[in-house]
Design a protein around this ligand. Structure first.
Ligand code: HEC
Ligand code: HEC
Length: 319
């Protein structure tokens, strides 16, 4: 950048010199053509040679200054192109290795074959796309380490070669870049995540299995407590793996899209709220006809009283 400013100053200086020289040269020409005006001053043809030589030198200087101005821009463009290529490779890796758990759009999905069902977290999110350089570095560290080492005790596998995985450091860099620059506009004006989604759809059309999306959109319509409940439903509590709400979820258990109305009709003497509470803490106390007793109980140690309240609030709102 400093180089650039110096080059611009130099170029302006040289241009000024060139203008002065041109004015001087015009004078030489005039004197050469009016030889009878008083005493000749100097040798016009010699002066012309000097003017031409000086002019050439200034032009050379200008060329160099122009290069100085242009070169940093060229380097920046090359780095930009290189970054875009890395992001595109990251997208290719993501849609091959990660979308099955993290979703075609990076908004999270139900981990295949997980029991009890788990949802892999959203990676396409604002706190993973920091603009502040310090924050960027710390996020880079977190994401890159997570991909290298995985998260032991969770379904997130280790991908780095040192940790028994199959990916090269360079590939993990490309994935990390793709996540941290997920909102960057690539060619065509679309973001990296948009391209990832398109590529994922293409792969699904050619036989990749389709990730199972937890419902996020229902959460938009709810009270705060119910919103937390909706997040538990599709997130940590994993109810989404067995229950459909609003067209999304697993089929092992009954569809809960209208449980807020149905609950009151299940067990005589139990209110809708009491029934939903009992279904979560002690699911086998009442079995919905036609379903096996496979729903796990969620005791205090798994879902706190507060979390239970949030889930109940959420289910009561589904009518
Ligand atoms: C088998 C399912 C699965 C696959 C495949 C998978 N992940 Fe994950 N991933 C998870 C789960 C589950 C978590 C949450 C772990 C936890 O609870 O801390 C996670 C967490 C993460 C996190 C940390 C998110 C956070 O909020 O801290 C990142 C980053 C990540 N995964 C990236 C990837 C990348 C990149 C790939 C592909 C190379 C990938 N994952 C493949 C299941 C998966
Ligand atoms: C492993 C699959 C599985 C998971 C996970 C699961 N359920 Fe269930 N659920 C079932 C099955 C099967 C039934 C029907 C049998 C029964 O009544 O226990 C059921 C029944 C229910 C019912 C009663 C539905 C009705 O129509 O009366 C409610 C409410 C319910 N589950 C809520 C939840 C909540 C909340 C979670 C998450 C905290 C959850 N379930 C997690 C399988 C599951």
């Amino acid at each position: 950048m400093q180089m650039n400013a110096a080059s611009i100053v130099l170029a302006i200086g040289l241009l000024l010199l060139l203008v002065l020289l041109a004015i001087y040269a015009a004078g030489v020409g005039r004197r050469a053509h009016v030889p009878d005006e008083g005493v000749p001053t100097g040798n016009p043809s010699m002066e012309r040679k000097v003017v031409i030589t000086l002019g050439m030198m200034i032009l050379c200087g200008l060329t160099l200054a122009g290069y100085g101005i242009w070169e940093p821009t060229r380097q920046a463009r090359a780095a930009e192109r290189q970054e875009n290529v890395s992001i595109e490779r990251g997208i290719e890796l993501y849609t091959t290795l990660c979308m099955g758990c993290h979703g075609i759009d990076g908004l999270g999905a139900v981990v295949p074959d997980s029991n009890p069902p788990r949802v892999a977290p959203q990676l396409n999110r604002a706190d993973f796309q920091p603009k502040d350089p310090d924050e960027y570095r710390s996020r880079y560290e977190l994401v890159s380490k997570t991909i290298h080492r995985g998260r032991p005790g969770t379904p997130m596998p280790a991908w780095g070669r040192n940790d028994g995985g199959t990916l090269l450091d360079e590939q993990i860099h490309e994935l990390t870049l793709m996540i941290l620059k997920g909102d960057k506009q690539l060619e065509g004006g679309h973001t990296a995540w948009w391209h990832a989604t398109e590529e994922a759809k293409e792969k699904i059309a050619h036989g990749s299995s389709e990730p199972f999306k937890p419902s996020v959109e229902v959460a938009a319509l709810l009270s705060d407590e119910a919103k937390d409940g909706a997040r538990l439903w599709s997130g940590r509590a994993g109810c989404v793996g067995c229950h459909v709400v609003g067209g999304v979820g697993g089929q092992t258990g009954p569809n809960l899209s209208q449980i807020g109305s149905i609950a009151a009709t299940r067990v005589p003497g139990e209110s809708a709220e009491e029934y939903i509470r009992a279904s979560i803490r002690n699911p086998n106390a009442y079995l919905v006809p036609g379903y096996p007793p496979v729903m796990p109980a969620y005791p205090e140690g798994v879902l706190s009283e507060q979390e239970l309240n949030q889930l109940v609030e959420y289910y009561l709102s589904l009518k």
